[in-house]
Design a protein around this ligand. Structure first.
Ligand SMILES: [Zn+2]
Length: 267
């Protein structure tokens, strides 16, 4: 339930300084609709056209300046993502319109799998709509725009960020900043493979806000999100399988490793 959480789901909004000259408000407490990507009033637009919460946007801009001094062009591949967009990705994979791949990058023949196997195959690389950290405006996928040609086809693949990969030098620099407590509040929730979500070194999370979003996300909140969406959105495919296994899914795929953020933040 949400009532043990320091952020109430009431969605209190406070007037805030503007980012990039735009007038906006910042949510000091996220509502259930904001937390599940169905509301965007807590976000500001960055010059790149991506959206984050204001404190995360400011911290990321500072981290970009740090990176530039070190010779990297820290760029965003994906920031905020809406519930509707995540639902389209999920349903596209569940119905076979989008490819689903295994850890070696090979296509999975979804029609040869049971619904449960299909669900796990999707969850390895895609979040359940309503549970994506990209809904919060605190999390983003990054790359080094200085390391590639303008026409480079960004993949966000393990080989790009591994030893010898095109983005590895910037990620090594980020590792050093994180270890020194100089990463402006950004850390990696999916750094290691715990058998759930595949490792994503390119995914950064602004811990001073996201640690509190994590605590708000519960099975009850997701179930009511999907219920409320029935009137306006496409049905969640594999929904029966998901509902029957929801607590296990939250444990294995939604919760990040308990120690992903080495710093304590208070609300
Ligand atoms: Zn991501």
């Amino acid at each position: 339930m949400e009532d043990h959480c320091p952020l109430s789901p009431s969605g209190a909004l406070a007037t805030s300084p503007t980012f990039g000259g735009e007038s906006s408000t910042v949510a000091t407490k996220l509502s259930a609709a904001q937390l599940t990507g169905r509301e965007e009033s807590h976000l500001v637009e960055l010059p790149s056209g991506h959206y984050l919460q204001l404190p995360a946007a400011e911290a990321f801009t500072a981290l970009q300046a740090d990176a530039r001094e070190a010779g990297f062009e820290l760029a965003i591949a994906s920031g905020f993502r809406s519930f509707r967009r995540q639902l389209a990705i999920w349903n596209g994979k569940a119905c076979g319109e989008r490819r689903v791949h295994d850890d070696a990058g090979r296509d999975i023949a979804m029609d040869s799998l049971t619904p449960r196997e299909q669900m796990h195959a999707i969850l390895r690389y895609s979040a359940l709509p309503g549970s994506s950290r990209h809904h919060w405006g605190t999390d983003l996928d990054i790359f080094d725009a200085a390391a590639t040609a303008p026409d480079y086809q960004l993949q966000l693949s393990p080989s790009e960020v591994a030893e010898g990969g095109v983005f590895e030098p910037m990620h090594r620099w980020l590792d050093q900043r994180m270890a020194a407590g100089q990463s402006r509040g950004f850390f990696r929730p999916y750094n290691l493979d715990r058998g759930g979500v595949a490792p994503e070194r390119w995914h950064l999370s602004y811990a001073p806000l996201s640690l509190f979003c994590e605590r708000q996300l519960t099975a009850e909140l997701l179930l009511s999100c999907w219920e409320e969406c029935r009137a306006t959105e496409a049905p969640l495919m594999l929904g029966d399988e998901v509902r029957a296994n929801l607590s296990q899914i939250l444990l294995n795929y939604v919760s990040a490793a308990p120690d992903w953020c080495p710093v304590q933040y208070s609300p």
